[in-house]
Design a protein. Structure first.
Length: 77
């Protein structure tokens, strides 16, 4: 979900549709965090403000948060 851009208005219906088709809540949560945290358009914009090293750290943190939240949701729900 990191390079994918999902509009805020589309997140809830998309999550409901995915969960209705059998996708796990943890997977949906990871997709939402990853797409909201670091979309490709956002990364292009942030590249003009940050160094490449800082941008890579930002993407790594977003990716790690999405994976941890998704896995924790899978474990507890």
């Amino acid at each position: 979900g990191v390079p994918l851009y999902i509009r805020a208005e589309a997140v809830i219906p998309l999550a409901a549709a995915l969960m209705g088709k059998g996708v796990g809540a943890g997977t949906v949560l990871a997709l939402i965090i990853g797409s909201a945290g670091a979309s490709l358009t956002e990364l292009i914009l942030l590249r003009s403000l940050f160094t490449l090293k800082l941008l890579a750290a930002f993407v790594a943190v977003i990716f790690a948060m999405a994976m941890i939240a998704g896995y924790a949701t899978y474990l507890f729900f």
